[in-house]
Structure formats: C-alpha cells, structure tokens
Design a binder for this molecule. Structure first.
Ligand code: CTP
Ligand code: MG
Ligand code: K
Length: 180
C-alpha cells in the first residue's frame, strides 16, 4: 500500500526529475537570454542555456519511454501500480520541468539574486510546478488521473529531499559549483 503509493508517485515524476540533472551535465554554450538585461539585471542569466534545456528535455522524454518499456516488470517486482507515459505527458513533464526552472531564474534575477544564488523553496519546487502545469496543459486527463491527492502529497514531501540530496551529491562530485 505505502510502497505502491510512494513508488507510483516517484515513478510518475521521474521524467521531471532527470532533466535538471542532465542540464547540469550538458549545460554550456549560448544562454537562452543571449545576454540581454532588463534594468541592469540579466533576463535569465548564464545558467540557462539552449544546450542544457534541449538535452534535459530529450533525456526526460527518453527516460519516460524507457520507463514504459520496463513498467510491467517493475510493477510486478514492487507489487505497485505504476503509471505509463503517453508522449504528450512525457513532453509535458520534461519540458515543463525545464520551463519551471527557467521561470525561477527569471524571478531570481528580478529579486537581484545572482546566478547560482540559493532561494530555498523556489529551487526545490520550481520544476515540480512547471512539470505539473505543462503536463496538465498537454495531457489533462492523464495528469488528473495520474496525480492523485495522495501521490501529490508524497511528491511535495519527497521532491525537496531528493533535490537537496542529488545537488549535494553533484557538488561533492565536482559536477555543480554550488550544493543547491
Ligand atoms: N543548466 C543549463 N540550462 C538549463 C538549466 C541548467 O545549461 N536550462 C546548467 C547550467 O550550466 C547551470 C547548471 O546547469 O549553471 C546548474 O543549474 P541551476 O542550478 O538551475 O542554474 P544556476 O547556475 O544555479 O543559475 P540560476 O541562479 O539561474 O538558477
Ligand atoms: Mg543553482
Ligand atoms: K534551479
């Protein structure tokens, strides 16, 4: 029961968790804002690049397809009900996660926070909001039936913990310049 709930919730969000981490590995090159500033502050900053965004999105969608392929076996092994990912849902989760993170950078620059500055709360949940919003837009009925209130509750608690853990790990491995 609990295993099924937690496994189903995390499985549903995996295509949204992976894009940010892949962007860290693949990032670099031309920033999305092309260096543009508004009132002396960068629109998004050098931390949001075309390459990172594209790689993260593609990785999230590819992961969703991989999860679909192994779902029957994983569901049986875990004794859990696991969601499958129609393409629209996969794109919504992966691209939405990237857009949520980009939106947060826009907000951070308006608040005068430099690239890399930590904004607790926003940093851990920006991509969750983006992923759920774009999934709801592209695959409304899938999103409604997949993200039950119980799964959403698990996601809201588990995501910040996972986010903090992976970022500290990436920092310790030298992959990221700040531990958040
Ligand atoms: N990254 C990227 N493109 C994105 C998101 C991330 O290239 N759309 C890469 C960048 O190299 C970035 C790193 O991943 O520096 C870490 O991502 P993140 O912590 O989101 O960016 P920050 O550099 O901290 O910038 P910001 O303050 O704007 O969040
Ligand atoms: Mg950061
Ligand atoms: K971020």
């Amino acid at each position: 029961m609990v295993v099924s709930l937690v496994a189903g919730a995390l499985w549903a969000m995996l295509p949204a968790y992976v894009p940010n981490n892949v962007a860290v590995l693949a990032g670099g090159g031309r920033p999305i804002d092309g260096g543009r500033t508004v009132d002396g502050r960068r629109l998004l900053g050098d931390g949001k690049t075309w390459r990172g965004t594209a790689a993260g999105t593609v990785a999230g969608v590819a992961l969703a397809m991989g999860l679909d392929a192994v779902r029957p076996g994983a569901a049986a092994a875990l004794g859990a009900t696991l969601p499958s990912f129609p393409l629209r849902a996969a794109v919504g989760l992966a691209l939405g996660a990237m857009l949520g993170d980009i939106g947060a950078s826009f907000v951070k620059r308006r608040l005068d926070r430099e690239r890399g500055a930590a904004v607790p709360g926003l940093d851990q949940l920006d991509f969750v909001v983006g992923a759920l919003a774009l999934a709801a837009l592209l695959a409304p009925s899938w999103t409604l039936s997949t993200f039950s209130p119980a799964r959403l509750a698990v996601i809201l608690v588990a995501t910040p913990l996972l986010h903090v853990t992976t970022n500290v790990g990436a920092y310790l491995l030298g992959l990221k310049s700040e531990p958040w």
